[in-house]
Write a protein that binds this ligand. Structure first.
Ligand code: NAD
Length: 328
């Protein structure tokens, strides 16, 4: 049995990563699309053999409730639109996958979780890396401390974005590097410690003010964890960087990249290599999430996990704006 997935929003990530991955999945397939652009609907219909009855636009989207071909709605829109489409999908009685960052605010995330709970549908966040055994190897070191307690995490995620007019540069659409790449830096710190930060000190900056007028281009943030572990995190739309370094009492582990599409890899101070090969991250993520739905078991990355990040993201913005340490 395969679950039918409908992708909502046919931009870069749906086009270049998710649709190709859905040609490799075992537990699900690309059953439908939701798009506001008729020419995209035509192109996808031909390329992926999608029947007309499974093609929706943003106006008639709610009729998806009556379509038994669609089991899961995957929201791949700019972050400010996630809440609306997750809630509408839940009301239509469909399970929901939602891309990261879950939403611009904690209030949005809570409303999304509530809507899915009341409709008794599952909500998964598209943190593909948590399905990656290389990231899981780092997570394991927090739970089975081979090198002792975590002392210091250094976590970076960024790329040079040459675009000059995109939602990532617009506040109203949920732009800003913190939600986009910053959540990978934050995930690195949260997953490596296995803890939730208790306070944050952050600094936002921009080197291209003509492009990054409304949102930050770079965010640096320092986190304190209950065990005493600390993290120094960096994220930027102006710098290519992607790595995680974890210093423990008696050793270290590192990954570079830590959130790449084509294999995260690294090593540990005792010589252990972290080099698990996986065929396709997005296919693994969607298969595992669909398997959880089919089995009625817990999702690896439920809405609550997306919310945990956004709680910290809100505190980071508050700290950057006030110049003060913010308790979480
Ligand atoms: P994109 O700009 O390429 O695509 C966004 C899509 O939304 C487009 O098809 C656009 O037409 C549509 N859209 C509908 N209404 C819109 C509006 N009012 N303004 C702008 N666009 C509108 O963006 P993307 O890179 O595909 O990102 C989409 C989501 O996927 C984001 O949440 C992003 O963070 C996430 N993403 C995740 C990963 C990952 O590795 N998990 C990678 C890339 C993007």
């Amino acid at each position: 049995e395969k679950l039918g997935i409908a992708l909502v929003g046919l931009g870069y990530y749906s086009t270049d990563l998710l649709a190709p991955a859905l040609q490799m999945t075992q537990k699900c397939y690309l059953a439908g699309i939701v798009t506001g652009t008729p020419s995209k609907a035509e192109a996808w219909k031909t390329k992926y053999n999608i029947p007309d009855k499974n093609i929706y636009n943003y106006q008639n989207f709610d009729q998806i409730a009556d379509n038994p071909d669609i089991d899961v709605v995957y929201v791949v829109l700019p972050p400010s639109m996630h809440r609306e489409y997750v809630v509408r999908a839940a009301k239509a009685g469909k399970h929901v996958f939602c891309e990261k960052p879950m939403a611009p605010s904690v209030a949005d995330c809570e409303a999304m979780i509530k809507a899915c709970n009341s409709s008794k549908v599952k909500l998964a966040i598209g943190y593909r890396c948590q399905h990656d055994p290389n990231i899981q190897a780092i997570m394991k070191l927090a739970k089975e401390p081979k090198f002792g307690k975590v002392k210091m995490v250094t976590s970076a995620a960024g790329y040079f974005d040459a675009r000059t007019d995109h939602w990532k540069q617009k506040k109203a659409l949920g732009g800003g590097v913190m939600g986009d790449m910053g959540v990978y830096a934050l995930q690195g710190a949260r997953l490596a410690t296995g803890e939730e930060p208790i306070s944050v000190f952050a600094q936002a900056s921009t080197t291209r003010p003509q492009i990054y007028k409304e949102v930050e281009e770079t965010m640096m943030f320092m986190l304190d964890f209950p065990s005493g572990a600390k993290a120094s995190c960096q994220t930027s739309f102006g710098i290519n960087m992607n790595y995680l370094r974890v210093n423990y009492e008696k050793g270290w582990a590192r990954l570079e990249p830590q959130s790449g599409y084509n294999g995260n890899k690294g090593s540990m101070s005792d010589g252990t290599l972290i080099e698990f090969a996986i065929k396709n991250q997005q296919a693994k993520q969607m298969d595992e999430d669909c398997d959880a739905i089919l089995q009625g078991s817990d999702l690896l990355v439920p809405g609550e996990e997306g919310l945990r990040d956004i709680r910290v993201v809100e505190a980071i913005y508050k700290s950057a704006a006030s110049g003060k340490v913010v308790k979480i």
